[in-house]
Design a protein around this ligand. Structure first.
Ligand code: 4NP
Length: 162
């Protein structure tokens, strides 16, 4: 049996976008019967919310889509590059911060932007930070994550990686 593919989703606080991405992706993976092939985690570039559950606004919005988010916030660390095959960030600031942590050029090549995998949000190159937004901001994030995670899974299948 080949080793599991490990995916890490990253945003700033690890309490809104990336834990939601983790929940959305996990559901797609389970639906596709790939839970024994893929492992998923999330982290933030800022450690100020360490140990916290996702923001109640995100938990609420996700619950309306049948998703329960239970991840506890943690900060990304350099060792994550040893463990994860794909690191999927939400915006350009995340990209720069994660890129700065990458121990090698090869490791940096494993960083991707979530919006690259979205097929129904052509106007976005990043997943917007919903923290200072209203309800619509959280809905947009979840719409983009459902779109992007489906695209990501498709891309991994096309690459023959899973
Ligand atoms: P996230 O959202 O990066 O999607 O988890 C944020 C969470 C916290 C803060 C900013 C964005 N903050 O400034 O504390």
């Amino acid at each position: 049996m080949t080793e599991k593919l490990k995916i890490l989703f990253v945003c700033l606080g690890n309490i809104c976008r990336s834990p939601a991405a983790e929940g959305v992706m996990r559901r797609f993976v389970e639906k596709s019967g790939l839970d024994d092939r893929i492992e998923i985690d999330s982290a933030g570039t800022y450690g100020g919310h360490r140990g916290e559950l996702p923001d109640p606004r995100m938990r609420n919005a996700a619950a309306h889509r049948g998703l329960t988010l239970t991840h506890l916030s943690r900060k990304i660390r350099e060792e994550d590059f040893e463990e994860f095959d794909r690191i999927v960030v939400m915006d350009d600031m995340n990209y720069e911060n994660v890129h700065r942590l990458a121990p090698s050029r090869e490791a940096a090549g494993r960083i991707f932007r979530m919006a690259e995998f979205c097929r129904h949000h052509p106007d976005y190159t990043y997943v917007p930070d919903p923290y200072y937004e209203g309800h619509e901001g959280f809905e947009l994030v979840l719409d983009m994550l459902e779109d992007g995670c489906e695209g990501l899974l498709e891309a991994l299948k096309n690459e023959g990686r899973i």
